[in-house]
Design a binder for this molecule. Structure first.
Ligand code: GLU
Length: 347
């Protein structure tokens, strides 16, 4: 465990967060997860933080950060701290917090838990023996112990390329935690993902390091998010431990999927909140549908998020993903894009 670590905000109250990424417009699936996260905090009088997770530059869409805030407000959600309202734990935009991630990386490096890696993504892809992890590439530790210091790793690369930093995952340890929705979960991180990337370069922190540093610094006590991130949580727990930070509780909730069981995509119909709003659908109709998917409303009810406070019950939330059925699409007036002539099906 590293020296000098601390948790950002002391005190026993629940602090939850909404953490949109401006990589595209928010759709019904994001909205359902954010509604659950909002209700969880608001139903117990806690504090809600909104943090914009905009580190993924190539995928960020111009204007999407502001639009995400507008879309969430349109739904009727609010937050107590965030980029537009301020707060004691700001800034609330990840690209404005880079020096904090660099400091966390330095703590890990000083403890011998981060090492420089010169492997390119292509090298790592080429080394995969099988489609390995649930959510990414397996790294066999090629550069672990290979370079004495960052300078030596830099010299091993052509000019202009910088080494990445990877986390030294303990061999053979099964990291376990009790998910507030899914129950007991364990993963042998060294076998599943191996030594994962912390930063693309000393200033280029990635999602894993940033989310841990931020949730700790912002005093987040409870993370409610989609269960696509369940397999990433053991990696994050290793970082909490290595940095001497107290982890939050985690609740991973099922996503909204297409009828074929896939993640929502444009080909399933335009379920972006913005598109629904522009086509004249009222927010109360959308929230009512989200609540119906969660088991808290009858079909066809129109509701504001605050109407759900007395009904909020995670015990009623189905274990299976919510499905974007033709009935749901018709209710919201969502049309599928036309199939190319002659195509039997497009997945
Ligand atoms: N920003 C991430 C996303 O939009 C969520 C990260 C998290 O909840 O930990 O997928």
């Amino acid at each position: 465990m590293c020296e000098g670590a601390q948790i950002g905000v002391p005190g026993g109250r629940v602090r939850g967060r909404l953490a949109p990424s401006p990589t595209g417009a928010l759709h019904l699936g994001n909205a359902r997860t954010f509604l659950i996260a909002w209700l969880r905090v608001r139903s117990c009088g806690g504090t809600l933080v909104l943090r914009m997770e905009d580190l993924d530059h190539p995928k960020n869409k111009p204007g999407a950060a502001g639009e995400a805030l507008e879309d969430l407000r349109w739904l009727g959600l609010d937050w107590d701290e965030g980029p537009d309202v301020g707060g004691a734990c700001g800034p609330y935009v990840q690209t404005e917090r880079r020096e904090r991630y660099a400091a966390a990386l330095e703590r890990l490096r000083a403890c011998g838990l981060a090492y420089p890696c010169v492997c390119s993504r292509r090298d790592v892809e080429a080394g995969q023996s099988a489609p390995h992890t649930e959510d990414g590439l397996y790294y066999p530790g090629t550069c672990r112990g290979r370079y004495d210091d960052y300078g030596a790793a830099c010299r091993a690369l052509p000019a202009g390329r910088l080494p990445a930093w990877r986390f030294r995952v303990p061999d053979g340890e099964v990291v376990r935690f009790d998910d507030g929705f899914r129950g007991a979960y364990g993963q042998e991180v060294s076998a599943e993902s191996g030594d994962f990337v912390l930063a693309r370069d000393p200033q280029g922190a990635g999602y894993m390091l940033a989310v841990v540093a931020d949730d700790a610094a912002m005093g987040v006590t409870e993370v409610v998010r989609g269960d696509d991130l369940l397999p990433a949580t053991p990696r994050q727990l290793l970082l909490y431990r290595a940095l001497g930070l107290a982890p939050p509780a985690f609740l991973h909730v099922p996503l909204v999927v297409s009828e074929e069981g896939r993640r929502l995509a444009k080909r399933h119909g335009d379920t972006r909140l913005r598109a629904l709003r522009e086509s004249g659908v009222e927010a109360e109709r959308v929230v009512g549908l989200l609540a119906w998917w969660c088991g808290w409303a009858a079909w066809g009810e129109r509701l504001a998020p605050r109407d759900l406070l007395p009904r909020f019950d995670l015990g009623l939330l189905p274990r299976a993903p919510a499905v974007l059925t033709p009935q749901v699409m018709a209710y919201l007036g969502v049309r599928k894009p036309p199939l190319p002539t002659g195509a039997a099906s497009v997945l």
